[in-house]
Structure formats: structure tokens, C-alpha cells
Write a protein that binds this ligand. Structure first.
Ligand code: HEM
Length: 84
């Protein structure tokens, strides 16, 4: 997650959704919801925003092309604990 936070701008934009890391720098230009709203969450975990605004299948159909990795297990554990 420390690495993700370094990629927080429109020229280099990573987000996390459900423990996967997405590099959406190129996708920003064509995102139907625009780039500015996504940039407010750049370099962070965007799972809640994503779930509120999209149908789940969008992640599979559009998102999967942009996955570059996943959070390490300790970060995943932190996320679970934070939800308790
Ligand atoms: C991998 C990441 C993302 C993908 C693949 C993605 C994809 C899409 C797609 C395909 C749509 C059109 C949906 C439709 O017409 O039914 C959309 C709309 C939208 N997205 Fe995203 N999105 C992503 C991340 C985000 C994030 C992080 C935010 C907010 C912080 C966001 C905000 C929105 C908004 C506001 C809309 C417009 C919703 C509407 O018009 O009803 N998206 N996105």
C-alpha cells in the first residue's frame, strides 16, 4: 500500500479495488465518469467509491485489463481489521 500511495496523480494513477492494484493512468482519459472524480482517490483504496457507482461486472469486464498487482497479505489483513 505504501507503494500505491506514490502514484497519486493524473500522469501516474494507481488505485486499489478489493485488494487488487489498478494502474488506470491511461483509462482515466476514457473513463465514462471523467478523470477528476477518480483523481480525488488516486493512490488510495477506491473500493467503496467503486461499489457505490458501478455494477459489479464492470470490474471484471473493463477493470481487469488494468490490474498490475495485488496488496500484500499484511495490507489485506489491515483492511479486514479496519472493517470490524
Ligand atoms: C478500475 C477502475 C474503474 C473502472 C474500470 C470504471 C469504469 C466505469 C464505467 C465502465 C462506467 C460507465 C458505467 C455505466 O455507464 O453504466 C463508469 C462510470 C462512472 N465512474 Fe467509474 N470506473 C472506475 C473507477 C472509478 C472511481 C474510483 C470512481 C470515483 C472515485 C468512479 C466514478 C464513476 C462515476 C461518477 C461514473 C458515472 C456514473 C453515472 O453516470 O451514473 N469510477 N466507470
Amino acid at each position: 500500500m505504501d507503494e500505491v500511495t506514490k502514484h497519486d496523480n493524473k500522469k501516474d494513477c494507481w488505485i486499489v479495488i478489493k485488494s487488487n492494484v489498478y494502474d488506470i493512468t491511461e483509462f482515466l482519459k476514457v473513463h465514462p465518469g471523467g478523470s477528476s472524480i477518480v483523481l480525488t482517490i488516486a493512490g488510495q483504496d477506491a473500493t467503496e467509491y467503486f461499489d457505490e457507482l458501478h455494477k459489479p461486472e464492470i470490474l471484471e469486464e473493463v477493470g481487469k485489463d488494468y490490474i498490475i498487482g495485488e496488496l500484500d497479505e499484511l495490507d489485506e489483513l489491515d483492511e479486514l481489521v479496519a472493517k470490524l
